[in-house]
Design a protein around this ligand. Structure first.
Ligand SMILES: Cc1cc2nc3c(=O)[nH]c(=O)nc-3n(C[C@H](O)[C@H](O)[C@H](O)COP(=O)(O)O)c2cc1C
Length: 341
C-alpha cells in the first residue's frame, strides 16, 4: 500500500487509504470533477476515467494524464490487455505522479470487449496476472485490479475466488470488487450496472479467504449506514453514481472514516472554493478552449435533497449564462437556491 500522509491543521496527519473511494467513471470523473470532489472530501481516494493503453501508447499523453496537484490521492485506471503496453502506460502514470495504477477488468461494453479488455478479461486470469506482473515490474506504486464477481451466467463463487487467487500470484494485493456479474452479450453497460443482482456476500467471502488482501466493495452503495455495514467485513467502499449525483454524501467522510477532526466545508464553501479554480482554468485555456460547462456540469448534484436544488441546477444549466464564461454563475445559482428554498 502506498503511504502518503496528508497534512491536517489540528490533528495528527491522516494516513491516506482507500477506505473510501470514488469509482472510475467515463465522461464523469475527469480532472475537473475530481477537483470538485476533493473540495468535499480531502481524503477519499479518487479514480480517473478509464484510459486505454492505445490512447497512451499512440495518443496525446498529456491530454489523457494531466491532472491537478490538489487531486491527490488519485489513481489512474487503465484499460488494456497487452502486458507490454500496460507496462508502458503504468510507467507513464507513475511519471505523471499518480498514486496507484488500476486495471479495469469490470467494464462490459462491447467496444471494450472488441479490444479484448475490461470484464472479458475475467475469463483469462492468467493473462491478467501477466499484465499485473508487467506493470508491477515497471512501477513502484500500487497496482490494483477492479473486477466483477462473475461473467455471464457464472453463479459459482469459485470463479471469482480463482480469479483473485491467480492474479494475486503476480503480486496484486488490492481488489476492487463490483459485486455483480457482467453480462457480456445482450445488456448495455448501463443495464450491466443495474440488472445483474448484487452479491455482496461474494466480496465478504473473498476477504475471509484472503484476509491479508485489501478487498474493496463497489456497487449500489449510497449511505453512511451501508458503508458502515460493509466496513464490518471489508477494507474499503467505493461509491460510483451516488458520489456523482449526490456528491455532498462525502462531506462527512473525512471525519467519520479518516479521523480528521476538521469540520467539512459547507456546500456554499465548496462552491466558493471552486471559483478560483474555474477562473484559473478559463484563463489558462481561454474561453474558446474550455467551456464553463465542462467544469460546472459535474456540480449539478451538489444541492441534491435541498429545497431549491432545482433552481440551482437550472441556473447552472442555462446555456446563455454559461456562454458568458463567468464563474460568478456559481454565486448566482446559490442565490437562486436560497430564494427558491
Ligand atoms: C457513467 C459511468 C461510467 C463508468 N465508467 C467506468 C470506467 O471507466 N471504468 C470502470 O471500471 N468502471 C466504470 N463504471 C462503473 C463504476 O466504476 C462502478 O463500478 C459502477 O457504477 C457501480 O458502482 P455504483 O453502483 O456505486 O455506481 C462507470 C459507471 C458509470 C455510471
Amino acid at each position: 500500500m502506498t503511504i502518503i500522509t496528508l497534512p491536517t491543521t489540528d490533528t495528527a496527519p491522516v494516513k491516506a487509504s482507500r477506505r473510501l473511494s470514488v469509482a472510475p467513471m467515463m465522461d464523469w470523473t475527469d480532472r475537473h470533477c475530481r477537483v470538485f470532489h476533493r473540495h468535499i472530501s480531502q481524503h477519499t481516494w479518487l479514480y480517473t476515467e478509464m484510459v486505454t493503453t492505445g490512447a497512451l501508447v499512440y495518443g496525446d499523453v498529456e491530454r489523457h494524464l494531466r491532472f491537478n496537484d490538489e487531486e491527490h490521492p488519485v489513481a489512474l485506471q487503465l484499460g488494456g490487455s497487452d502486458p507490454a503496453d500496460l507496462a508502458t502506460s503504468a510507467k507513464l502514470g507513475e511519471k505523471w505522479g499518480y498514486d496507484e495504477i488500476n486495471l479495469n477488468c469490470g467494464c462490459p461494453s462491447e467496444r471494450v470487449q472488441k479490444g479484448a479488455f475490461g470484464a472479458c478479461l475475467m475469463a483469462e486470469p492468467q493473462l491478467v496476472a501477466d499484465c499485473v506482473k508487467a506493470m508491477r515490474d515497471a512501477v513502484s506504486i500500487d497496482v490494483t485490479v477492479k473486477h466483477r464477481v462473475g461473467i455471464d451466467q457464472t453463479e459459482s463463487y469459485d470463479f471469482v475466488r480463482d480469479f483473485v487467487g491467480t492474479v494475486a500470484e503476480a503480486g496484486c494485493k488490492t481488489f476492487i470488487v463490483h459485486a455483480r456479474n457482467a453480462i457480456l452479450k445482450g445488456l448495455s453497460p448501463k443495464e450491466n450496472r443495474e440488472v445483474p443482482p448484487l452479491k455482496y456476500e461474494f466480496a465478504y467471502q473473498l476477504k475471509r479467504d484472503f484476509p491479508d488482501f485489501e478487498i474493496i466493495i463497489n456497487g449500489g452503495v449510497k449511505t453512511e449506514a451501508e458503508i458502515d455495514e460493509h466496513l464490518q467485513h471489508l477494507d474499503g467502499v467505493m461509491l460510483g453514481r451516488e458520489a456523482y449525483h449526490n456528491p455532498f454524501v462525502m462531506a462527512g467522510f473525512d471525519q467519520r472514516y479518516y479521523g480528521d477532526a476538521r469540520a467539512p466545508k459547507s456546500r456554499e464553501e465548496v462552491l466558493e472554493a471552486m471559483i478560483p479554480y474555474i477562473q484559473a482554468q478559463l484563463a489558462q485555456h481561454g474561453a474558446r478552449g474550455l467551456k464553463l460547462n465542462t467544469i460546472t456540469r459535474h456540480m449539478l448534484g451538489l444541492m441534491t435533497g435541498l429545497p431549491g436544488a432545482r433552481a440551482f441546477r437550472q441556473v447552472l444549466s442555462d446555456s446563455k449564462k454559461l456562454a458568458l464564461g463567468d464563474a460568478d454563475l456559481l454565486r448566482e445559482a446559490a442565490a437562486r437556491l436560497r430564494i427558491a428554498a
